[in-house]
Ligand binder design. Structure first.
Ligand SMILES: [Zn+2]
Ligand SMILES: [Zn+2]
Length: 156
């Protein structure tokens, strides 16, 4: 069976989705902007019962009477949108974020004007940034690796 893994930046909260991911979207609404500290929230739905927390569970903030937002209590990474009709996972938290390709945009009444022009901005790779070279050479990442942990790999 297919499975997908992911977690927060520090690795304290890890999850596994048993089976296929559901529908992927981005939401521009003001609640999602705030919850993600971002222009929009990229979310992929997970089938009922398919989501397993393999280390600790996220902390949750009740953003409305209907919805809770899950996040890592240690590093703050946004992780879930939890509504009565199901759970959405933050696509960027997947170990393979390319596995969830958005097919619709929600909340476009709050879409920021700059969003439609982002693809016109000049582009640089991290290595192209000359001023950051010394910084990058001495950088030691504390981010959890994009791979299932040995203790969460699940049945082979
Ligand atoms: Zn964390
Ligand atoms: Zn939203």
């Amino acid at each position: 069976m297919t499975s997908h893994t992911g977690g927060c930046q520090c690795g304290a909260v890890r999850f596994r989705v048993e089976g296929d991911l559901g529908k992927a979207s981005i939401c521009h609404c003001r609640m999602c902007q705030k919850a993600f500290g971002n222009f929009f929230a990229p979310l992929v739905s997970v089938p009922d019962g398919a989501l397993v927390w393999t280390k600790r569970e996220p902390a949750r903030f009740r953003s409305s009477n209907h919805v809770q937002r899950g996040f890592c209590p240690s590093c703050g990474t946004p992780l879930t949108y939890e509504a009565p009709d199901g759970v959405g996972l933050a696509i960027g938290a997947l170990d393979d974020p390319a596995a969830a390709v958005p097919t619709i945009q929600f909340g476009v009444e709050a879409k920021l004007a700059c969003f439609d022009r982002l693809h016109e901005l000049p582009e640089r790779t991290t290595e192209d940034d000359a001023e950051a070279q010394a910084f990058l050479r001495s950088l030691v990442s504390c981010q959890h690796a994009d791979a299932p942990d040995a203790d969460e790999a699940g049945p082979a």
